[in-house]
Write a protein that binds this ligand. Structure first.
Ligand code: SF4
Length: 229
C-alpha cells in the first residue's frame, strides 16, 4: 500500500517516462523501429531489478526455477511483435516447433486449463530470454515456498514493483500517444496470432487496435496476469 506522497511520486514517474518515450517514439521511421524501441523498456527494467536485488531483500529466484512460467503471462502489442520478429529469424524447423507448441497451448487454454507451462519454457529455461516481455523481467519472489504452494500472494520487493510499473505504464501510454496500441494480451495466444498473420505488424503500426484482439479468445481463464504475482 502506497502513501499519498508515494502515489504522487509514482504518477510523476509515469508521466516522466511517458514524455521521454513519446519523444523517441515520434522519431520511429517505421514499424520495425517502433517495436525495437520496446527494448529500452526492457533494459530499464533489467536495471531496476538488478538494483533492487543489490540493495533490497534478495529474491529467492534461481535459474531453472519456473513456477512463474506456469501462470497467465501478458505482453503488450510491441512486445508481441518484438518476440514474433525474433522467432521469424529462427531456422524453419525451430520456428515450426515453436508454432506447434503455441498451437497446443492455445488448444489447452481453449479447453479451460487454469495453468499450463508457457510455450517458450523448455527444460525449465526460457527460450526467448533476451526478448521476454516486461512482466517476466519484473517477476520475482522473496519466497519460493509461496510459489511452489501456489499461494495467492507472493512476497515481493515493493520498490521494484512500483518502479517497474511506472516504466511499463509510461511506455504503454507513450505508444498510445503515438497512435500505436500497447494493450496487454495473453502472451502465447498473441504471439501465435502475430506469427499467423503477415499483415498484423503493418496494421498495428497504422493504429489498428484490434490486430491481436482475437487472440483473447484463447486466453486461459483466471490466474494472475504477471508471473509470480
Ligand atoms: S516468456 Fe520466458 S520467462 Fe516469460 S513465462 Fe514464458 S518461459 Fe517464462
Amino acid at each position: 500500500m502506497l502513501t499519498d506522497d508515494e502515489q504522487s511520486a509514482f504518477q510523476e514517474s509515469i508521466a516522466r517516462v511517458r514524455q521521454l518515450a513519446a519523444r523517441s517514439l515520434r522519431q520511429a521511421a517505421n514499424a520495425d523501429e517502433a517495436i525495437t524501441f520496446v527494448m529500452n523498456l526492457h533494459r530499464s527494467l533489467d536495471t531496476v531489478a538488478e538494483q533492487a536485488g543489490a540493495t533490497g531483500p534478495a529474491p529467492d529466484c534461481k535459474a531453472g526455477c519456473a513456477h512463474c512460467c506456469h501462470v497467465r503471462v501478458e505482453a503488450t502489442d510491441p512486445e508481441v511483435f518484438h518476440i514474433a520478429r525474433h522467432l521469424q529469424a529462427l531456422p524453419a524447423t525451430a520456428l515450426a516447433a515453436v508454432a506447434k507448441r503455441l498451437q497446443q497451448h492455445a488448444e489447452t487454454a481453449r479447453q479451460g486449463a487454469p495453468r499450463q507451462a508457457c510455450s517458450f519454457l523448455q527444460e525449465n529455461r526460457c527460450t526467448i530470454y533476451t526478448v521476454r516481455p516486461a512482466v517476466c523481467r519484473k517477476a520475482h519472489s522473496l519466497s519460493v515456498q509461496h510459489c511452489a504452494s501456489l499461494a495467492p500472494q507472493i512476497p515481493q520487493n515493493l520498490r521494484l514493483l512500483v518502479d517497474a510499473e511506472a516504466l511499463m505504464a509510461g511506455t504503454a501510454q507513450a505508444y498510445a500517444d503515438a497512435a500505436m496500441p500497447a494493450h496487454a494480451h495473453e502472451l502465447n495466444a498473441a504471439v501465435w496470432a502475430a506469427l499467423r498473420d503477415p499483415t498484423a505488424l503493418r496494421r498495428w503500426y497504422e493504429g489498428d487496435a484490434a490486430v491481436l484482439e482475437h487472440s483473447h479468445a484463447v486466453q486461459s481463464p483466471g490466474g494472475p496476469s504477471t508471473p509470480g504475482i
